[in-house]
Design a binder for this molecule. Structure first.
Ligand code: AMP
Ligand code: FE
Ligand code: FE
Ligand code: ZN
Length: 298
């Protein structure tokens, strides 16, 4: 039983369409794949409709949130959310705001680059994207690659786009605890994504994780490509202390990252436990999606 609970399609900053993603997931031998595009549920219908027999698609999202760090500095935190009602008015409003915020922040980053004489413009970043798509730095990275400013997406992050880098502009994301509650109110379940991926910038402390657990967080993403063995061991023990479910996911982004679907997985027993923590039977997905949320055994 292979379960990958973290994957992105071209609806956000991956490169496979939702239909291509689920076909690739089945080809990779997965039994369950979660679609977790950033701040949108726009790919759910297409992924569910295209799921090959035998593959279960868990509808989800990766929510952009912000926490307050030690010196009062903001810390970006990603929250994986599953099986929530995509029509929840509070959630729809906040995700719509976030997607607009993503765009205006990227426009500011482009303006800084243009001021420095770099050969990019808004069109080269946003062309081909839906007007309401959750645009992100990977789109700008690809524009920089196409303009031959850098040789790869990785290089673009290293030199131009990383947090605190010369062109980085922060977003106004959802306060972390608000996001946990908003997903719970929408009937969904939350897992803290790549909590110890320090390469991306500052990370939250264990005290904040404990506060999240008290607010209803269900799980910790332990097995993630950006966690080394030490980070995994510490997170596993934190999960035990806080009674949180241990999950794993590849954070697949198609050609925008090098990780393959199924490169990191969730244990079937952990997946079952996660489903038992879904606060209410979701109105979504409709019954035709087999096995969600009944678990791997039932
Ligand atoms: P944004 O959502 O615009 O802040 O951009 C963050 C996204 O960029 C993440 O979701 C990843 O998909 C991607 N990302 C972050 N760091 C890197 C990196 N070093 N190389 C490639 N992609 C990255
Ligand atoms: Fe991403
Ligand atoms: Fe993330
Ligand atoms: Zn992700």
């Amino acid at each position: 039983m292979l379960i990958d609970l973290h994957a992105h399609s071209s609806v956000s900053d991956g490169t496979d369409s939702p239909a291509e993603l689920v076909v690739a997931a089945a080809a990779a031998g997965l039994d369950v794949v979660a679609l977790t595009d950033h701040d949108t549920t726009a790919g759910w219908d297409r992924a569910l409709a295209a799921a090959p027999p035998g593959l279960r698609v868990l509808p989800g999202a990766e929510v952009s949130t912000t926490a307050v760090g030690a010196a009062g500095t903001p810390i970006t935190v990603h929250l994986l959310a599953y099986l929530f009602d995509p029509a929840s008015p509070a959630l729809v409003a906040e995700q719509t705001r976030l997607r607009a915020e993503r765009r205006s922040r990227l426009r500011q980053m482009v303006a800084r680059m243009v001021a420095d004489g770099l050969p990019v413009d808004e069109r080269s970043v946003f062309d081909g994207l839906d007007a309401d798509a959750p645009a992100g730095r990977p789109h700008l990275a690809r524009a920089l690659v196409r303009a031959r400013v850098v040789g790869s997406v990785d290089e673009a992050f290293e030199h131009h786009l990383r947090d605190g880098g010369p062109y980085h502009v922060r977003r106004a994301d959802t306060p972390l605890l608000d996001a946990v509650r908003m997903i719970a109110d929408a009937g969904g379940v939350t897992v803290l994504a790549h909590a110890y991926a320090g390469r991306r910038g500052a990370i939250i402390g264990d005290d904040t994780v404990a506060a999240l657990a008290a607010a209803g967080l269900a799980g910790l993403e332990v097995d993630h490509p950006e966690h080394d063995a030490d980070a995994r061991a510490r997170l596993r023990s934190l999960a035990t202390d806080l009674s949180l479910v241990v999950t794993g996911g590849s954070d697949y982004h198609g050609a925008n990252k090098r990780t393959a679907l199924g490169a990191e997985t969730t244990a079937p027993s952990a997946f079952d436990e996660l489903l038992t923590r879904v606060p209410q039977r979701p109105r979504w997905p409709p019954k035709r999606n087999p096995g969600v949320p009944t678990g791997t055994s039932g």
